[in-house]
Design a protein around this ligand. Structure first.
Ligand SMILES: [Zn+2]
Length: 212
């Protein structure tokens, strides 16, 4: 097995964890109901995504699976067949190091979770957290910009005063709204529980303060 494969494997785990962070951050950010950059929303959603990484601690040894196989499982199997654990070369005498690769001819230790295992896992998680946050915040802001352009295009083409649609996946349970006076905001009815807008009503006249 080539040397780069363990790194490739850890890179894949990092991507999966980053996707997990992306999803959790997006859900929390949409629930917070702000538009554009907001420190408080970012901190809350980033904290939520971090907390949602904690249940994955069961996978602490996952990034070391390639080593687990290469050093421990394969090494012991080779030794049992009378081969060098390091390179698989046929062993002539058990006292001397392997004449091919120089590794000691003895059965490798069984795999154990150690401090390095935990450090590697925490590092991969932190890196995935940062990547996931940046991607999710960027994706949400991009979607808000696209939404504004769609609303303005609809306003220019048909003169529509109010435009709504769901946010982009994975926040599509929340909806965005644009109207002439207040611009892009969270759709009325999601935060205004006392006066949900009547279905099909063109404009909402409630004197809500600007949320931007
Ligand atoms: Zn060898």
């Amino acid at each position: 097995m080539p040397l780069f494969l363990p790194h490739l494997f850890r890179g894949l785990i990092l991507l999966l964890l980053a996707a997990h962070v992306f999803y959790m951050f997006s859900i929390a950010r949409a629930l917070a109901g702000t538009i554009g950059w907001s420190w408080s929303t970012f901190i809350i959603a980033a904290g939520f995504a971090l907390i949602m990484l904690l249940p994955l601690i069961w996978a602490v040894a996952l990034p070391e699976f390639p080593e687990m196989y290469l050093r421990h499982v394969r090494g012991r199997r080779r030794f049992a067949r009378g081969e060098c654990p390091g390179c698989g070369y046929r062993i002539a005498t058990e006292d001397a190091p392997c004449s091919e690769c120089g590794s000691a001819v003895e059965p490798p230790e069984p795999y154990r979770i150690c401090g390095r295992t935990v450090r590697t896992f925490v590092l991969i998680n932190l890196f995935a957290w940062v990547v996931g946050l940046a991607a999710a915040e960027g994706w949400a802001q991009y979607d808000e910009h696209v939404f504004l352009a769609e609303a303005q295009a609809a306003h220019a083409a048909e003169g529509s005063q109010r435009f709504t649609r769901a946010r982009a996946w994975p926040s599509d349970s929340a909806r965005l709204q644009w109207d002439v006076e207040r611009g892009v905001r969270v759709e009325d009815g999601q935060i205004n529980w006392t006066r949900p807008p009547a279905p099909g009503s063109g404009r909402d006249e409630s004197p809500l303060p600007k949320s931007r």
